[in-house]
Design a binder for this molecule. Structure first.
Ligand SMILES: [Zn+2]
Length: 129
């Protein structure tokens, strides 16, 4: 099925084609803080329709995954995965008309795959030493 979506301010719009049959949740420190609900999309089926230059990238942990968000409104749009760079996770809440309530949610264990602590936790650990 074809989907479209946008960040909050509309600077960034996107379109993709995928069989969306589940919502993915991840418990890593980043996804927890942004309360991310995601759908899986193959990279070659995803296009930024507008606002490529408005996107900012955030990298942490191993630095491999690329987390893209709108530089104007700050909304997380999608990220390229570390485990499989051919796959993207797209912010389910920014997809037009997606009925998230009717889709099953799958919890993935991102926490145990994180190789570094968050900065705040690392600072606290350093202060405690
Ligand atoms: Zn925006």
């Amino acid at each position: 099925m074809k989907y479209s979506g946008a960040c909050h301010c509309g600077s960034v719009t996107f379109a993709f084609e995928a069989d969306v049959d589940e919502i993915v949740r991840c418990d890593c420190s980043l996804c927890s803080k942004r309360n991310a609900l995601m759908v899986t999309v193959h990279r070659e089926h995803f296009n930024i329709s507008r606002g490529q230059d408005a996107l900012r990238v955030y990298r942490w942990n191993s630095g491999v995954a690329r987390h893209y968000f709108c530089g104007t409104c700050g909304i997380y749009v999608y990220h390229q995965r570390r485990s499989n760079p051919a796959l993207l996770s797209v912010n389910a809440c920014s997809i037009d008309g997606l009925d998230r309530e009717t889709l099953p949610t799958r919890q993935v264990d991102g926490k145990s795959r994180s190789v570094v602590e968050t900065t705040a936790a690392a600072d606290a650990a350093a202060a405690a030493e």
